[in-house]
Ligand binder design. Structure first.
Ligand code: FES
Ligand SMILES: [Fe+2]
Length: 449
């Protein structure tokens, strides 16, 4: 007998058998029940109406079970063997996509991770790192393994003064990666060059820690500037931090940026309003424009090779996507909202959303944990005039809008020469722009990840 068939029948068989057992029990109730529960059961059992219900239910279950076993057409879908986590799929994507770890500034952790002398272990960008803050307030991000005997400095290492001390034999390293003390060595001068830990250039902005990552080991090729006005506004109190969303995506780090080159997908994936239930019957009409090599820095348009700029407008909401069924007032409200986005390098995105209530800012960072695994943190800031509830609702909508892309992003490949037709977005321009963040050694960094 086909075990699959048996498995599909057991709910009916089980419920029929239970029904019959129940009926038998109902017909022969024990009159000697003494417990409270027993007496309650007895009263229920003696109820004529319950007996009739039991009989009807058992009969229905029996009939359904018999129908399934004898007459129901046998139909079955094939199993789905596509799995984007599979080794083969990752290898295939690895061959098609650009390398997984682009050169640029990357946000590796939050300032809160380094509070109270904590040491943060970071595994990302094809390497293992640790971050710590010395007592002088300076932050260091270095390679994780002690040059002495290879202990992981984040696993038991402690901050002593302005240095990080290895848990194994107590060697200490400053934020520049220099070994500044060996407890059992008489003199700590003239340590060999090989005792130095590789230390990254670090910047701390908006309570977040950024490092400069470069496959060739070059110094920073640009400085982060897009946060400056927001940082000032937070200090004066005219803006506040409203919400933080943390997400993970199994995709390449270029995908979110590549959305900027793809206005048409707003009419497909992003047409449903990204709100629970409403997405079933309300759609939005969007348009988008983009420019590469330009950005908005502290509200001023600037030409910067490492930036890209993107503008999105929503023109109204419609019932069931029908242009003749607009949601009342939605066109007026949508037209009053302007969204400007600046991509600052390959993994940092600044949103500025102007609404009738005030301005919201979102700073989104993408940290490549592996070539096809991204840790995404979106921080939402709002002007004081915007109630936190509204800011949180927008953060929720923003998060759901990303979810609309997830299935495509996590299962797609990358065509270096895509088949493009009139009406497609500026994909080639985007590819050229994103390509600037790779150098000769970029590909070799991803081999084992
Ligand atoms: S392994 Fe770090 S001090 Fe020896
Ligand atoms: Fe999208």
């Amino acid at each position: 007998m086909d075990p699959e068939w048996l498995r599909s029948c057991w709910p009916w068989m089980g419920s029929s058998a239970l029904g019959v057992c129940g009926l038998l029990r109902l017909m022969e109730p024990s009159k000697t029940e003494t417990s409270e529960l027993g007496r309650l059961m007895l009263r229920l059992v003696e109820s004529e109406r319950l007996r009739r219900w039991g009989l009807s239910l058992s009969a229905a279950a029996l009939v359904a079970g018999l129908y399934q076993m004898t007459l129901m057409p046998v139909r079955k879908r094939t199993k789905d063997y596509h799995d984007h986590h599979s080794k083969h799929f990752k290898a295939l994507r690895g061959k098609m996509f650009p390398p997984g770890f682009p050169n640029g500034w990357h946000c590796v952790c939050n300032a809160t991770d380094l509070a109270d002398g904590q040491v943060k272990s970071i595994s990302a960008l094809g390497t293992y790192m640790v971050a710590f803050r010395g007592q002088d307030g300076k932050v260091g991000v270095t390679h994780a393994f002690c040059p002495h005997m290879g202990a992981h400095l984040g696993m038991g290492g402690v901050v002593v003064g302005n240095s990080l001390q290895c848990p194994f034999h107590g060697w200490s390293f400053n934020v520049a990666g220099d070994c500044v003390s060996v407890p059992y060595r008489r003199c700590n001068r003239d340590m060999p060059e090989s005792s130095k830990l590789h230390a990254y250039e670090v910047r701390e902005h908006l309570e977040r820690i950024f490092i400069w990552f470069d496959a060739e080991g070059r110094p920073p090729q640009w400085e982060l500037t897009c946060h400056e006005k927001l940082e000032e506004d937070l200090q004066t109190g005219s803006f506040y931090l409203a919400a933080i969303r943390q997400m993970e995506f199994d995709q390449h780090c270029c995908e979110m940026h590549m959305n900027s080159a793809d206005p048409y997908h707003f009419k497909t994936l992003h047409a449903p309003l990204p709100l629970p239930l409403l997405e079933k019957f309300i759609t939005a009409d969007h348009t988008a424009t983009q420019e590469y090599g330009k950005g908005v820095v502290n509200e001023e348009p600037k030409d910067e090779w490492h930036m890209a700029s993107f503008e999105e407008r929503t023109h109204g909401l419609f019932l069931f996507g029908h242009p003749r069924l607009p949601v009342p007032l939605s066109a007026t409200i949508s037209e009053s909202i302007e969204t400007n986005v600046t991509f600052e390098g390959p993994t940092i995105v600044h949103f500025r959303i102007k609404t009738p209530l005030g301005v919201l800012r979102q700073v989104k960072t993408i940290l490549p944990i592996e070539p096809f695994k991204q840790y995404v943190e979106a921080r939402w800031y709002a002007e004081r005039s915007v109630p936190r509830l509204i800011a949180c609702a927008l953060a929720c909508i923003g998060g759901r809008a990303l979810e609309q892309d997830r299935e495509v992003w996590e299962n797609k490949v990358y065509h270096k020469k895509p088949v493009l037709v009139a009406g497609d977005g500026a994909f080639l321009e985007f590819m050229r722009w994103y390509d600037q963040f790779y150098s000769e050694k970029s590909a070799s960094l991803c081999y084992d990840w």
